[in-house]
Design a binder for this molecule. Sequence first.
Ligand code: MN
Length: 208
Amino acid sequence: MAADSHTSPFVLPDLPYAPDAFGAVISARTFSFHHGKHHKTYVDNANALAEKAGLGSASVVEIVRRAKADAALTPLFNNAAQSWNHSFYWNSLSPNQQRPEGELAKQITQSFGGWDKFAQQLTDAAVGRFASGWAWLVAEPNGALAITTTMNADTPIADAKQKPLLTIDVWEHAYYLDHQNLRKAYVEAVVNNHLNWTFAAQNLESGG
Ligand code: MN
């Protein structure tokens, strides 16, 4: 690739909604730090570390997987995975309440026994994730839906098994300005009123 056509693998995306669209649940102040500072820093660090590792032309997913497999590349893994996780998280949120529809609604019922049980299980997983990390709705290789959590920067895309459909960031920086220590208040509001089921359905249908 010619030097003048080189683009960095990691990009800070625009938020897909206005930063004040979530009211007091996730404030504009939280988005200003979380997107404008935390995510931006992960993106900048990931690009610099990828370049240093000779992976400046690789895809984001390839960088995440190669860095996970090499203990010497742990700092790259942490910043690369956090870059991907945050882009996925912004899209996992919806300002307006949605519920799963069609095939996805059917699969939620099959895998969890209905919306209420699903919502409780996801809330419990997100609240119970000790320290920093992420709660995920994923599709297993056999097609069943499942809830899982990852620690710190870890992400289901690091191995090619589970396909992520939605995520909730449960690092303190995601909720502390708005809810202080009350992670459960943040998680319950997101699970019940602010998950983007259109995005989840797109991910379920995608081949990747
Ligand atoms: Mn975060």
